[in-house]
Design a protein around this ligand. Structure first.
Ligand SMILES: [Zn+2]
Length: 244
């Protein structure tokens, strides 16, 4: 979409700005970041956008449904996927702004806390959605795991290695299919359990960065449920705004 010339100009401009502002804000780029890579204005903006936890299960049409109640999996989102959140997530995942994790961690902490206050189990296992093999080769880390606070809120413990992506030669072709059914079908084959003979114990809270259709969470939930795990809820940083 962007021409090589525009990219070059953009890079040159960015480089010039870096000379003027030694520590540019990861969101607006113009102002100096004071703390955690964001300027004062963007810190306030982010605080405003993450003020209230959103129950997002009705926003996505491909979430797993409870067998008994028919209700979708509860999903707690820290924010709406606004243009600002989209830029932050993109900078974090693809533009080497890894330290933005420090911005996301307290937000995820509050959202996880909120999610577990709502549920009644004595403890929960937090399972981040694994990154694809290509994503892992590109970045060398899983951005979702990086977003998790340490320590987690009380009664939660992290199990980052439980779920893995399945290497799938046909996954690209599967993605060419359109519609909810095709996405569900490809998401179902996306994950596998990392360790065999894993004893299912406390219920699981799945964690992902952005909720769109819910197909990824559904695929992860199905893989875990097939091994006897109970999925209590999901927590995401952002949820797309539903089409009305
Ligand atoms: Zn800023």
């Amino acid at each position: 979409m962007t021409s090589p010339v525009a990219q070059h100009v953009g890079r040159a401009w960015g480089g010039m700005m870096n000379l003027l502002v030694p520590n540019p804000c990861a969101l607006c780029v113009w102002s100096d970041a004071e703390k955690y890579h964001l300027c004062r204005v963007c810190t306030a903006l982010l605080r405003d956008q993450t003020r209230q936890v959103i129950q997002a299960q009705d926003f996505a049409d491909a979430l797993p449904l409870d067998i008994v109640t028919g209700q979708p999996l509860p999903v707690f989102a820290a924010s709406l996927y606004t243009p600002e959140m989209a830029r932050l997530v993109l900078n974090f995942k693809d533009h080497q702004r890894i330290k933005l994790a420090q911005v996301f961690r307290p937000i995820m902490y509050r959202t996880l806390q909120y999610a577990t206050q709502d549920c009644g189990s004595p403890s929960y296992r937090v399972v981040p959605i694994p990154t694809s093999g290509a994503g892992m080769r590109k970045r060398g880390y899983n951005p979702v795991t990086m977003m998790l606070p340490s320590p987690l809120p009380d009664r939660l413990h992290c199990d980052p290695g439980l779920l893995k992506t399945r290497w799938n030669f046909f996954s690209r072709t599967a993605h060419h299919g359109s519609g909810v059914q095709a996405r569900r079908e490809s998401a179902r084959r996306k994950f596998r359990l990392a360790r065999r003979h894993q004893e299912p114990a406390e219920p699981i809270i799945l964690v992902d960065d952005v909720l769109t259709t819910g197909a990824t969470l559904a695929g992860a939930a199905r893989t875990l449920q097939a091994a006897g795990f109970d999925i209590a809820a999901a927590v995401v940083l952002s949820t797309v705004i539903p089409r009305s």
